[in-house]
Design a protein around this ligand. Structure first.
Ligand SMILES: [Zn+2]
Length: 366
């Protein structure tokens, strides 16, 4: 991405995070203390160490500024900022894993599982049903035997969900299947579709038809999917939506939330149901097989701060003003600009905030 694209994207991420936190206000009691159900409420806002200010860092290698001493939520589902960093790291692992496998002479296929769903279906119930269906599916002797015969070595499962006006929630699964030799996508699709349909019926789910339940595509599609994974909502659709029609990602719901209260309800339902769920699951032993050492979500986030130099610290009053006026992305931009151009625009900006604050104090007291 160009610098400009990165900057506009970041502004949008911070704005969407504000929307997410305005929707996810719920609190619970934990160990006698009230805390937020969703940590995105505090993400990149509340400090870690009270004794220190908020730190501004600059990463010379990436030419990017970032914050230090702020809590993070590490949510890939409901935090547009954390999810960007985490999916970026995960995408690198996916790409590397796939490349290592094909270098070894292996083959990979993109396999998508869906089932029928209708407007009004409860998202939690759908997921629960699918979980049950997958358990039955993977336990089927026929499936196990057939895959073994074809040289199946494992899979990576990516869980995704969209919402559409017509058919409601659509949780679905994109999987990369790894085989040690080539298989016929059409043949395996017919076989899997039949078994998947059967598993859905046994799990009490609305059964998919044999054409739509399972889709198998060759390695080219697997590589394309992996290279775009987690970027989907931006790269393929772009920023300017045609009226937010069709199938919407959860972040699309956030984009439309200010004009549509129903989207707020939907986003909350999504966030509650997906809380704590894993976005990407590698089957047992696959990481070793593909030579991937996976980092934790926390490590991926910290990685971006590792090689950074400290620029300055912001006092509590200034930080509160930055939050109040929703200027977090702007502050990062100024740090980057100043570092590159040797300017002092951040100082000017902070002075400006202080003046506005002083003016407000005077007006409020008179
Ligand atoms: Zn976050």
């Amino acid at each position: 991405f160009s610098k400009m694209e990165y900057a506009t994207r970041r502004i949008e991420r911070y704005a969407l995070q504000e929307v997410a936190r305005s929707i996810l206000r719920e609190m619970v009691e934990r160990n006698g203390k009230m805390t937020y159900v969703h940590q995105v409420r505090n993400c990149l806002r509340a400090k870690i160490t009270k004794q220190k200010g908020v730190t501004l860092f600059y990463n010379v290698e990436r030419e990017q500024a970032n914050f230090g001493n702020l809590q993070r939520c590490y949510s890939v589902w409901n935090c547009p900022i954390c999810s960007m960093t985490i999916t970026e790291g995960r995408r690198t692992e996916l790409k590397q894993g796939l490349a290592n496998w094909t270098d070894l002479g292996g083959h990979a296929y993109l396999v998508t599982f869906t089932n029928s769903h209708h407007r009004g279906d409860n998202l939690g119930d759908l997921l629960q049903g699918q979980k049950k269906a997958f358990k039955k599916f993977w336990e089927k002797t026929k499936v196990v035997k057939m895959l073994k015969r074809l040289g199946y070595q494992g899979r990576i499962v990516a869980t995704e969900v969209t919402w559409g006006e017509q058919n409601g929630w659509h949780p679905h699964y994109h999987m990369i299947f790894f085989f040690d030799h080539e298989v016929d996508p059409n043949g395996i699709q017919s076989f899997l579709a039949l078994e998947w349909q059967d598993a859905c019926i046994k799990a009490g789910l609305k059964a998919p038809d044999l054409i739509h339940g399972v889709d198998v595509r060759n390695g080219t599609y697997a590589a394309k999917y992996v290279s775009k994974w987690g970027l989907e909502d931006e790269v393929t659709k772009g920023h300017l939506k045609k009226g937010l029609n069709g199938s919407l990602t959860p972040f699309d719901l956030l984009r439309g939330a200010s004009a549509n209260n129903h989207f707020k309800t939907l986003f909350k339902e999504f966030a509650d149901v997906f809380k704590g769920k894993q976005q990407l699951v590698w089957s047992k032993g696959l990481k070793d097989l593909l030579g991937i050492e996976q980092m934790t979500d926390e490590e991926l986030i910290e990685e971006t701060e590792k090689t950074s130099i400290e620029i300055r610290e912001l006092g509590d009053l200034i930080w509160q003003l930055v939050l109040k006026y929703e200027k977090r992305a702007h502050v990062l931009e100024l740090v980057e600009r100043d570092y590159k151009n040797g300017t002092n625009s951040l100082d000017d900006f902070i002075m400006g905030l202080a003046h506005i604050h002083a003016g407000e104090m005077i007006r409020n007291s008179s």
